[in-house]
Design a protein around this ligand. Sequence first.
Ligand code: ADP
Length: 292
Amino acid sequence: MSLWDDIARAIGDASGTPFAPGSPGSLGGGCINSAFRLGDGVHDWFVKTNSADRLDMFEAEAAGLDALADSGTLRVPRPLCTGISGNTAFIVMQHIAFGRNGAQGWRVAGRQLAAMHRHSADAFGWSRDNTIGATPQPNAWHDDWIDFWREQRLGFQLDLAARNGHGGRLQSLGEHLLSRFAVLVDHAPRPALLHGDLWGGNLSFDTAGTPVIYDPATYYGDREAELAMTELFGGFSADFYAAYREAWPLDGGYRVRRELYNLYHVLNHLNLFGGGYAGQAERMMQTLLASC
Ligand code: ADP
């Protein structure tokens, strides 16, 4: 049996409807995986593939998509199944036809993201670990957000950076920051359901103009960490932020915390792509230390 025969059978089993697709249409690669559209003229599915050892990553992605979809807020492709064929792991989810966006779509996205963030849990973390890009992302539950951010986020990426050969100044600044940053988080965030990797490449609009989010790194955290990431690489419109703040205003001091939260993603980029991000991370840590 070929990979695509196995995937077609898995789709038939999971959907309860026999599925005999035409040839898969390559959608090129995402950041991490190969992406395809697979259809039989009636149903279209979106399929991502990677090496078999990444099955766990796809299972975590499916659980994250389900958690976000269950919130009944932003549109999210429903996952159908995951599996392995030979040396390839795959995930299958609802295929979404993307269209054009406008100011109205951005306003809906801001409002619906605020509604998603209202979904809360008893603690910070998640029921399973997942990945951020291709990097492992630990999500052990913590009652205290500052502990969570220190141990599961900044501390984890700094340790990884040390193992990747980024020592010296980055590590000494990092150590200093870990011992002091608690004073920067002087608000009391509630655990909020987060997409977790919400840069512009992970939000699009369907043909009806409805915003859609995908490729999550889900956990319960400070909602400001999500908004911070939307600002890190840009691409979100002013209408989006206005609608979010109208639905749920931010606490004072967000601008300083934004830097602290985005440091996590810059460290992750350092661990994924190397070199150039070290200087950016060090500058961010110096700015943060100056505010502590
Ligand atoms: P990766 O895990 O490799 O980063 P993504 O999940 O971001 O891949 O998907 C790659 C691209 O495929 C996205 O940028 C988006 O354009 C498109 N895409 C993602 N999910 C769907 C979907 N459910 N239906 C159709 N296209 C999708």
